[in-house]
Each structure stands twice: as structure tokens, then as C-alpha cells.
Design a protein around this ligand. Structure first.
Ligand SMILES: Cc1cc2nc3c(=O)[nH]c(=O)nc-3n(C[C@H](O)[C@H](O)[C@H](O)COP(=O)(O)O)c2cc1C
Length: 304
């Protein structure tokens, strides 16, 4: 019997599309699997490249879970799928605004009801806190998270910040000044993600997802970096305060909140370049004394 898989996602630059296509290649080649893609399009597209103000304007809505309007979907909600792959990207340690729209969409919630869901994340390197929000969305849709695959930019954190700023604000992805690696997830990693396809295919055919995540993790699907998790845990607390502070001045895109949005921008740059190197250093000092806790943390965030 033909198995049906729904792949639903939004992508701004196309990166997440390349990732899900790579993962799904073995599924499509299987012959007895039908893969349906539902690509989400915001009614008002987010600009690319971004201006600085537009980029930082998206923080409060991402953090507070305020979705954007989407163009009508091709699906109605009464279709049957054996498995749903929901791919998403983090914005500001939170699901992106279109990701909130995805998981809050009535049609998608209906399709997910009672179904196994695999999440695929295309991030820079900070996705852990946001996946906790996504887990809540999946639970509240009465779906079951059975797998999680994460791809990330492998550049050292601060160089990765420079490369993503160039990519997002100038649309340039190439190597910069010899030391800044190309932006985004490497082509090699995207192609290598095809190795997750056969693992998913096996579980799909057996209708048994009990050991899926264990097998995906063994294949390298979830690389948790405890030093980054530490930054995320602290960062999200301050982002929530900033989000509330900015939202008091008006909704998404409004001129009245631009001053506060710019204050947040300088705060973020200062934290990234002045505070986070010391935090990382401190982390390296305490790491040997916290081996057990770190091990626990890694296995917690690798699980579903
Ligand atoms: C406004 C904005 C904020 C972002 N914040 C994060 C973040 O907190 N953590 C992270 O790992 N990546 C972050 N990214 C990178 C995205 O998760 C993603 O990898 C990149 O935008 C490419 O995704 P695409 O497939 O939508 O083009 C951010 C990107 C944007 C545009």
C-alpha cells in the first residue's frame, strides 16, 4: 500500500527547501511513497535581503508567538497522511513568525491530529529553546513527535554572526576576508542529510517510530552544543522582556516602535560580542565539574 507523507514548511532563502528535498530523496525514490509538499507563503512576504529595521522588527512576534497571515493552502485538512514532516527555522531563539503560523493554522492542526510528526530544523546554531515551543504546538495538536533532525551552520559562533549578517542584509553567502566562512548550512551537510531518508522510510513502512529518534541521533541528526544551550537559556529570558517592552509601542512593522527596536539591536550586538565570549570562557572553566549535568542535558535535547 502506498504511504503518504506531508512535508510542510516555509523558507525565505530556499535553504530549508534544499534540506527537506535532500532528506526526502530516498522516500521519493522508494516508489511506494507519495510525498506531498505544502510550502507556506506569508500574505506579506518578508523581505530578502532585509533592512536592519525590518530584521529586528520580527523579534517580538517571533518570541511571543504572534503569527503572520498565510496565503491559502492547497490542502483542505481532510486529507490522510501516514506521516507529517514539519520543517522550520528559528528566529530569535524562537520559532520564526511563519513557523508560528504553520503550527497555529487550523488546517495543519487538523492534519496533524493523531499523526506522527518529524521536525526538521534549518538553523544557524540556536534552536533548542525554540524546539521546546514547537513540542508544545505538536502536543496541543494531539500529534506525536517521533523524530527531530537538525542542521546548522558549523562556523564558530562569532564568525557565524558576521556571515549571517552579510547574508541576511546583503544577500551575500560567500567566504569573506578569508576568515569568515560561507554563510548558512554547508552544501555538504545538506547533501549528507539524504542519509536520514532511509531511516525514516524504514519506520514509515513498519508503521513503528519507537526507535526512530535513536537511529537518527546515531546517524548524527542532533548535535547539541551545551555551551550554546547555556547562552540560549539566558538569552530567551531577556528576549521575552524586550519583546513585551517593544510590543507596548505597537504591532509588527509600526513606526512607533522603531526606537525600541533599535535599542534592542544595540543590546543584542553588545551581548553577542562583549558578553557571550566571557560566558563561553566561563563555561569552559566550569565544564569539567559539570560533566554529568551536561551529559543529561545533551540526551534531553536529543530526545523527542
Ligand atoms: C530574523 C531572523 C532571526 C534569526 N534568528 C536565529 C536564531 O535565533 N537562531 C538560529 O539558529 N538561527 C537564526 N536565524 C537563521 C534562520 O534560522 C535560518 O537558518 C536562516 O534564516 C535561513 O532560513 P530559510 O530556510 O528560511 O532561508 C535567524 C534568521 C532570521 C531571518
Amino acid at each position: 500500500m502506498v504511504k503518504k507523507v506531508l512535508v510542510v514548511y516555509y523558507t525565505q532563502t530556499g535553504q530549508l527547501g534544499e534540506i527537506v528535498n535532500s532528506i526526502c530523496t530516498p522516500l521519493k525514490a522508494a516508489g511506494d511513497v507519495e510525498v506531498v509538499f505544502e510550502i507556506l507563503r506569508p500574505e506579506k512576504p518578508f523581505p530578502f535581503p532585509w533592512t536592519s529595521d525590518q530584521f529586528f522588527q520580527t523579534m517580538p512576534e517571533s518570541v511571543k508567538g504572534i503569527p503572520c497571515e498565510l496565503e491559502p493552502l492547497t490542502l483542505k485538512g481532510d486529507e490522510h497522511f501516514d506521516l507529517i514532516i514539519a520543517a522550520w527555522q528559528p528566529w530569535y531563539l524562537s520559532p520564526s513568525i511563519p513557523t508560528h503560523a504553520l503550527f497555529q493554522h487550523e488546517t495543519i492542526r487538523k492534519l496533524m491530529n493523531g499523526k506522527p510528526v518529524i521536525t526538521v530544523i534549518g538553523s544557524r546554531n540556536m534552536w533548542v529553546m525554540a524546539q521546546e515551543v514547537v513540542k508544545d504546538y505538536i502536543n496541543s495538536s494531539n500529534a506525536k513527535l517521533v523524530g527531530n533532525i537538525i542542521l546548522r551552520d558549523k562556523a564558530p559562533n562569532l564568525l557565524g554572526v558576521i556571515s549571517i549578517i552579510r547574508w541576511m542584509f546583503q544577500g551575500k553567502k560567500d567566504r569573506y576576508m578569508k576568515i569568515v566562512p560561507p554563510a548558512g548550512i554547508s552544501d555538504t551537510d545538506i547533501q549528507a542529510a539524504a542519509a536520514y531518508g532511509p531511516i525514516i522510510l524504514e519506520a514509515l513502512k513498519q508503521g513503528n517510530y519507537d526507535r526512530l529518534q535513536e537511529k537518527l541521533v546515531a546517524q548524527g541528526a542532533v548535535d547539541v552544543m551545551p555551551e550554546v544551550v547555556m547562552i540560549e537559556k539566558r538569552g530567551i529570558v531577556f528576549f521575552r522582556l524586550w519583546a513585551a517592552f517593544i510590543l507596548r509601542k505597537g504591532p509588527f512593522g509600526s513606526e512607533s516602535r522603531v526606537v525600541r527596536v533599535r535599542m534592542f539591536k544595540y543590546y543584542l550586538l553588545a551581548v553577542l560580542y562583549l558578553v557571550s565570549p566571557f560566558a563561553s570562557l566561563l563555561y569552559e572553566i566550569i565544564r569539567p565539574f559539570r560533566r554529568k549535568t551536561i551529559k543529561k542535558q545533551i540526551s534531553l535535547y536529543q530526545s523527542v
